[in-house]
Design a protein around this ligand. Structure first.
Ligand SMILES: Cc1cc2nc3c(=O)[nH]c(=O)nc-3n(C[C@H](O)[C@H](O)[C@H](O)COP(=O)(O)OP(=O)(O)OC[C@H]3O[C@@H](n4cnc5c(N)ncnc54)[C@H](O)[C@@H]3O)c2cc1C
Length: 404
């Protein structure tokens, strides 16, 4: 079977890329190991994704936004960073950027559902679901993607979007820098007595990091707790009533009584940055290229940005009658996406380290950083401008906790 592009992985990045190529005249295969039913109605994986203004614009252009129900869209009006027992914290306010809000919060499964529904309507995309890629070979004259069924898909270009633990990246012999933070992150939707007022919290405590992500309902948020794996196991072993009491305690009762309102989903925290994003007739997008620590909420925002960059290069090549797999094109994509992501990847790693290190020097340093941030108007304005940039600028600084 011959295609122009074979995309491996129908996660948010692979789906958005397939949608971005609609109407380009290229024939595309999209290979995904999950079954079609699971892709049409994805299971709730607990993740609430903070969306920047630039990502919202891209999602509108791709038709995803109009597929979301109103009650699936949370408003991220302001954000607050707390350290230890602080009552006040450092506020990041929407009005400092002249915007009505800093960003939005969407469930990952709602994004996936909307993206899959869009792709299902594209005649040029052949969906090959319930299929696993067993090998990938690329050469000067073409690329072969072999499925575990033995079927071989021939393509001019292979695009891997198969997660931060990408098997395709490994099969292509591309190295990646990986950092295991040695922590586990629990994400859990909860109802709480005190209204969230559309303010997200990031709270760095001793032995834990907490985040609160405001959802559509004023009394429902996504609670994000990061702990060492052993401590997390103990939390996960609690029944609902005990977990609710433990969470209220961790939030120092600031939200009043809390009730479990969604599944408990735990994720190991591993940051990944591929040494190269491209090879002969091959490119990586999404987490396969850049797998961020969630603390700064860049993962999906970067995935959207990267797929848009690659799609733009490919569409320009088609329009000019040039090859879609030329080394020059692939290098341009790599250069642009590295420039857009590398500084923030490194800053996030540093931030995650500083804010989750409980040794006294780190605690002093972060107190200083926060109080300096509170005093320095220009610093805060810079952060807020990053969150609310309409162009491909810096996506949000803010997001769910990590740590301990
Ligand atoms: C707790 C948490 C909170 C987060 N919060 C935010 C946030 O606030 N903002 C933000 O921007 N990002 C956030 N992220 C990151 C975001 O969720 C990811 O960046 C995004 O989901 C990655 O999408 P992807 O398509 O690259 O990969 P994935 O979602 O991992 O999808 C990969 C797909 O490839 C398929 N696949 C894998 N291997 C194969 C194979 N061999 N053959 C066929 N198919 C294969 C898989 O089944 C899967 O469907 C968060 C992540 C976590 C864990």
């Amino acid at each position: 079977m011959a295609f122009d592009i074979v995309i491996i992985g129908a996660g948010p990045a692979g789906l958005c890329f397939a949608r971005s190529m609609a109407g380009s005249g290229l024939r595309i295969a999209l290979v995904e190991r999950q079954q079609e039913a699971a892709l049409m109605a994805p299971a709730d994986d607990g993740r609430e994704i903070a969306i920047t203004h630039n990502s919202q614009r891209l999602m509108r252009e791709l038709g995803l936004w109009s597929r979301l129900r109103e009650d699936e869209i949370g408003t991220l009006r302001d954000a607050m960073v707390l350290d230890g027992d602080d009552r006040g914290g450092l506020m990041f306010r929407h009005d400092e950027a002249g915007k009505s809000q800093l960003g939005w919060l969407l469930s990952n499964h709602a994004i996936r559902r909307a993206a899959y529904a869009e792709v299902m309507e594209l005649p040029e995309v052949e969906r090959i679901t319930g299929a696993r890629v067993s090998s990938v070979r690329t050469a000067r004259d073409g690329a072969d993607v072999e499925l575990s069924s033995g079927e071989i898909l021939r393509a001019k270009l292979v695009v891997a979007a198969d997660s931060r633990f990408s098997e395709t990246r490994r099969a292509m012999g591309i190295a990646a820098g990986m950092h295991d933070f040695g922590k586990t992150m629990l994400v859990l939707r909860m109802q709480h007595e005190v209204a969230h007022e559309q303010v997200a919290w990031e709270w760095f405590g001793v032995g834990q990091t907490l985040a609160l992500l405001p959802l559509h309902d004023p009394h429902t948020s996504s609670v994000v707790l990061t702990l060492r794996p052993q401590a997390m196991q103990a939390m996960l072993a609690l029944d609902d009533a005990a977990l609710e009491a433990a969470m209220a305690e961790r939030f120092q009762q600031r939200l009043g009584a809390m009730r479990v309102a969604g599944p408990r989903c735990a994720y190991p925290l591993v940051g990944v940055y591929a040494k190269r994003f491209v090879a002969e007739r091959f490119a990586m997008i999404g987490d396969a290229a850049v797998g961020m620590h969630p603390v700064t909420a860049h993962g999906f925002n970067f995935g959207l940005l990267g797929q848009a960059t690659l799609a733009r290069e490919l569409r320009a090549a088609v329009a000019a009658g040039r090859s879609i797999s030329s080394p020059g094109l692939l290098r341009r994509y790599e250069r642009q996406h590295r420039l857009a992501t590398r500084p923030l990847y490194l800053a996030t790693q540093m931030l995650a380290g500083l804010y989750t290190d409980d040794r006294p020097p780190a605690r002093v340093l972060r107190k200083l950083a926060l109080s300096a941030g509170a005093r320095l108007g220009p610093f805060k304005r810079l952060v807020v401008a990053g969150l609310t940039a309409n162009s491909a600028g810096v996506p949000g600084l803010f997001r769910s906790g990590h740590s301990a």
